[in-house]
Structures are given as C-alpha cells and as structure tokens.
Design a protein around this ligand. Structure first.
Ligand SMILES: C[S@@+](CC[C@H](N)C(=O)[O-])C[C@H]1O[C@@H](n2cnc3c(N)ncnc32)[C@H](O)[C@@H]1O
Length: 287
C-alpha cells in the first residue's frame, strides 16, 4: 500500500497557496472565517470587505485545482440590522466572473442546532455548501454516497401513478427525466442536496470545527483513494484527519500556530509532516 501524505502548513493561505503546484488538487473543501465572526479567536473580516478579501485566495484555488476537480465552500451570511447580508450572494457572482462555474448548492442542515428566540426570525439551522468547478466535466462518484431507500419503499414506490411508470421528462428542457418505477426493488437511492449532520459541540478546542461527516461526504463523492484534498482554512484539521482515514492525500493551511499544533498533535508525528512558516516545499504532482 502506498503511503498517505498529510501536510499542515502554517501561514496565510493567500501566500501559501502560491507554493502549491498548478492543477494539482482534486478537491478543495473548506470553511473560511465568516464575516465578523470569532473576532476573539481569529479575527473577523467586515462583511463589506469580504469579497475583496476572498477573491485573491479563490484566484489561487482556481490555479491549484485540477480541471476535473471540485471546490466546496461552506459559508453562511450573517444577519445585520434586521436583514440578511448579501456578501455571499455577491461572492458567488464574483467567483463566476473569476472563472468558476457555480455548479450546485448543498444545504447542511444542522440537526442539533440549539434553541433560541429572535424577534424577527427563527433559529438558523442550515449553512450553505457551495459547489464550484473549473469545467463541466468534473469527477463525481455518486455511488459512494448512496443511502438506504428507507420509507420510500413502503410508501410512494408501492402506489405508483401512471406518470411514475413512464419517463417523466424535465420541464426545464434539460433532457433529464425521472422514471420512479426504476427504483422498485432497489435497496439504495441517491441522496438529495440536503445534508443532515450534527454540529460539533465543545469536544474540540476549536470554536467552529466541521463535523467529520461533512468533509467525509464530499471526499467520498468527489475523490478516489490517493487523490489530493486541500483545506486552505484548516482550523483543527478535521479535513486532513478524514482525508487520511479515507486514504486520500491532503494539504491543510492554517494561519494560527495553536491550531497547527492542534492538528499536529491529533496525529502522530509519523502521520503528519509539519512545514514551518514560509518553508518551500515541493509541488504536489498531478497523478
Ligand atoms: C471556520 S474555521 C475552520 C474550521 C475547520 N473546518 C475545522 O474543522 O476545524 C476557519 C479557520 O481559518 C483560519 N484562518 C483565518 N484566516 C486565514 C488565512 N488567511 N489563512 C489561513 N487560515 C486562516 C482560522 O484561524 C480558523 O482556524
């Protein structure tokens, strides 16, 4: 079995990304600091400045991603003065102008979000996981994330209408259609674009870690073993940990030394290679 590499690099990803080889990464999955959030831990970027701050970083992400690769951006706009801020929507438009295709938007439904009461809205139970690609021909392994057919088998699939038994062509003219009867006697179906994961509560020393299932789901969907996964805002290193467990190579970049140490300590020295700030390292070779 080939060795799995996991590299954690300390520094500002805007700079560190420039040291990574062009077209070398299969999947970028990341959660950048949200605007104005976590000021005490790693400083918040003002919502008005968010797009300008992010674009030089995404320019590098576009450079390092393989043409067949995928970029997943976990983000959620804050509410300010009684309104949702528009910086995420503006960011999507600017990323498209930068050359990204906005392929899909997954919703991460936080199953365990805490209760609360606000005068003009309900508690926020979801975040965006935006999918961007460089080309329409990106790699996707849909069978890897199939789910048990569940209640459908006893409900709708047992009472099919006439339209369900024939191909029901999409009204959008996309050329795609559904034939519900195709799914009779199958154990597994494809999931939807709503993902149900619980948030991680106080069991790590980072203020906003991913639940492990989140990077794991995207890693399985968009990569194969020994592919390269990148998290430019690595935090406590969840993406790297999951990449390793699923036999993918990975690179993490994190600005705060204490989080880099945390990532390093969570693995044995043998498993992780720590790169000092500003250290040069060899480009990741495309396979
Ligand atoms: C939302 S957290 C990511 C948490 C991560 N997904 C995890 O599971 O632990 C964002 C991280 O980005 C780091 N960060 C902020 N600005 C950065 C930058 N310019 N370059 C690299 N890391 C940065 C923060 O220190 C923080 O740890």
């Amino acid at each position: 079995m080939k060795e799995i590499i996991a590299k954690i690099i300390q520094g500002d990803c805007k700079d560190v990304l420039k040291t990574i080889g062009v077209n070398s990464i299969d999947l970028i999955v990341t959660s950048p600091p949200y605007a104005d959030r976590r000021e005490h831990t790693y400083g918040g970027i003002k919502p008005e400045k968010y797009v300008d701050w992010f674009l030089p970083i995404s320019e590098q992400l576009l450079r390092v991603l393989k043409p067949t690769g995928t970029f997943i951006l976990n983000i959620k706009e804050k509410a300010e003065n009684g309104e949702r801020h528009t910086y995420v929507i503006e960011l999507i438009l600017e990323l498209r102008r930068q050359g990204w295709l906005w392929t899909e938007e997954f919703i991460w439904h936080k199953k365990n979000c805490y209760p609360g009461k606000w005068p003009n809205r309900f508690r926020d139970a979801w975040e965006r996981c935006l999918q961007f690609n460089k080309t329409k021909k990106f790699k996707m392994y849909q069978e890897e994330v199939m789910i048990p057919v569940g209640e459908w088998a006893n409900g709708r699939l047992k009472n099919l209408s006439e339209t369900d038994k024939i191909r029901d062509n999409s009204r959008s003219g996309s050329g795609f259609g559904k034939n519900v009867s195709n799914w009779i006697n199958r154990d597994k179906v494809y999931p939807t674009n709503v993902l149900y994961f619980a948030t991680v509560c106080n069991n790590k020393n980072h203020s906003a870690p991913f639940p492990e299932e989140l990077p794991e789901w995207f890693i399985k969907l968009f990569t194969k073993e020994y592919d390269w996964v990148l998290d430019p805002f690595a935090g406590s290193g969840t993406t790297l940990k999951v990449a390793k467990l699923t036999h993918r190579n990975s690179i993490g970049i994190e600005i705060l030394p204490e989080y880099v140490e945390m990532t390093k300590k969570s693995q044995t020295e043998k498993e992780f290679v720590l790169f000092e700030p500003k250290a040069k390292y060899e480009s990741v070779k495309s396979k």
